[in-house]
Ligand binder design. Sequence first.
Ligand code: HEM
Ligand code: HEM
Length: 232
Amino acid sequence: MGGSVGVRPLPFTFAAHVLAAAAAVMVLVWNIHFRGGLAFESSNKNLIFNVHPVLMIIGFIIMGSEAIMSYKSFPWSREVNKMVHLILHAIALVLGAFGIYFAFKNHNESGIANLYSLHSWVGLGTICLYGIQWIFGFVTYFFPGAQPSVRRNVLPLHVFFGLFVYILAIANAELGFLEKLTFLESTGLPKYGPEAFLVNFTALVVILLGVTVVISAATPAHTEDSLSYSAI
Ligand code: HEM
Ligand code: HEM
């Protein structure tokens, strides 16, 4: 670790913020302009479904991305960044669970079966693992907080599993885009039409977002303090 690696997080966190903003705009344009809008209650059950991708991308993936990058993208102290990390992950978890609720709500009110797809199984698994990761992180690094030696030894596992669940979430969002676009194309949506391109490009932007977030997490952070985890 340390400065010798020569890779700085800044270009990657910067790119990630730009890609996150682009993904947010694209998923909103798709669901509001092309798919007819968002609704919590409606006789048009498609509008209830539309809340699902919007909350999963903006609420879960983007909040989770910003949470992971908090140590790299903000100039504050480690203590403050840790609070930001913890709170943004909690928001991602809650909005993600809420987003899944809208997928179930749409299915239940439309008489469609639940949990029949790979996307839905991996999705439920992902949100459960995310919750477990959050609880372990909270207990180890916040309250009650483990011994310094335990914190230090557990950190590589925390980072590894954190990135693993994050990549799983990105992959599952890809399955979701693919599934929805395949449904739409099999019921007549033009395969080379503007909406199909928008959905596929949104999914590409989400992959690039994942790549930049994972690289930024892999870059060394703390120049003076890289061998001492005492502040963790
Ligand atoms: C990581 C983010 C995501 C997670 C954790 C997730 C999770 C889920 C879950 C658990 C279901 C099952 C609902 C049920 O059985 O009633 C579901 C359904 C669905 N999701 Fe997602 N989702 C995510 C992102 C997306 C995205 C970005 C799209 C893009 C449109 C999408 C499209 C769908 C579709 C079409 C369904 C209904 C068909 C099915 O159950 O497979 N999802 N999602
Ligand atoms: C699902 C929830 C969580 C995920 C996915 C996650 C993921 C990560 C990742 C990927 C890193 C590495 C960041 C980097 O080195 O740039 C990290 C670092 C860290 N996380 Fe988490 N985390 C989660 C929840 C928590 C919680 C609740 C806490 C409690 C305070 C916490 C405390 C920490 C600490 C102390 C570090 C070390 C930062 C440093 O190097 O100074 N995490 N986490």
